[in-house]
Design a binder for this molecule. Structure first.
Ligand code: DX5
Ligand code: ZN
Length: 217
């Protein structure tokens, strides 16, 4: 199981110190939310911040693109130091082309689905991806409530993976805390994204340790 702290909830005036804290606490992934104000109703940051962080950290940079026309940003993001690039299936009509470009750039390709999107739309791309991100809130903001109905989709993906002998990781993102993390893990999640639960806490290290202590039943 991997923990991916989301810097959307970090203190941007002390970003390096905040990321160092979660690295010291044992996180190996860093979740980086890139928003364009079109695909979601919020703006965050882009490849400039990814490359600034890359100067200081060798964590796995798990980049979640919440943008329209994601194909426009792939080269810049890859050059900035992304390791995993996640693209919403709702954001492109040409998912094979986009995932193929990510692989051609030597990066891990991830497909992302919103809470309202069924797993069935992924049938053609599951053999091509390294990771599937199941959004457990509607994307755009940190600190939202986990949608329990998304757990069925995590289990469904884990079942398909087993039946078809595929080997993508399943990631969940949104509303992860000590109540929801065990549920997501039991449903089959491999990577837990957590933003406000980690960075809004007095002691982010302790929060990471708590998440790391959960194992599947
Ligand atoms: C939401 C982002 C998430 C966000 C999660 O659109 O994709 O990564 O940072 O925040 P929490 O963990 O606070 O729900
Ligand atoms: Zn995210």
């Amino acid at each position: 199981m991997k923990i991916a702290p989301s810097i959307l909830s970090a203190d941007f005036t002390n970003l390096q110190a905040d990321v160092a804290k979660v690295q010291q606490a044992g996180a190996r992934y860093l979740h980086i939310d890139i928003m364009d104000g079109h695909f979601v109703d919020n703006l965050s940051f882009g490849p400039i911040v990814v490359s600034a962080l890359r100067e200081h950290f060798d964590l796995v940079f798990d980049c979640h693109l919440m943008v329209d026309e994601p194909e426009k940003y792939l080269v810049t993001l890859a050059n900035a130091g992304a390791d995993i690039i996640g693209v919403h299936i709702e954001a492109t009509a040409h998912i094979h082309r986009v995932l193929g470009k990510i692989k051609d750039l030597g990066k891990k390709a991830e497909v992302v689905i919103n809470p309202g999107t069924p797993v069935s739309v992924l049938s053609e791309v599951l053999p091509l991806v390294d990771q599937v991100l199941v959004m457990t809130v509607d994307p755009g903001f940190g600190g939202q409530k986990f949608l329990e109905s998304t757990l069925t989709k995590v289990s469904e993906l884990a079942k398909i993976r087993k039946e078809k002998g595929l080997n993508f990781d399943i990631e969940v993102d949104g509303g992860i805390n000590e109540q929801t993390a065990p549920k997501a893990l039991n449903a089959g999640a491999d990577v837990l994204v957590a933003g406000s639960y980690i960075f809004d806490a007095k002691d982010p290290k302790q929060r990471i340790q708590t998440l790391k202590s959960y194992e599947r039943d």
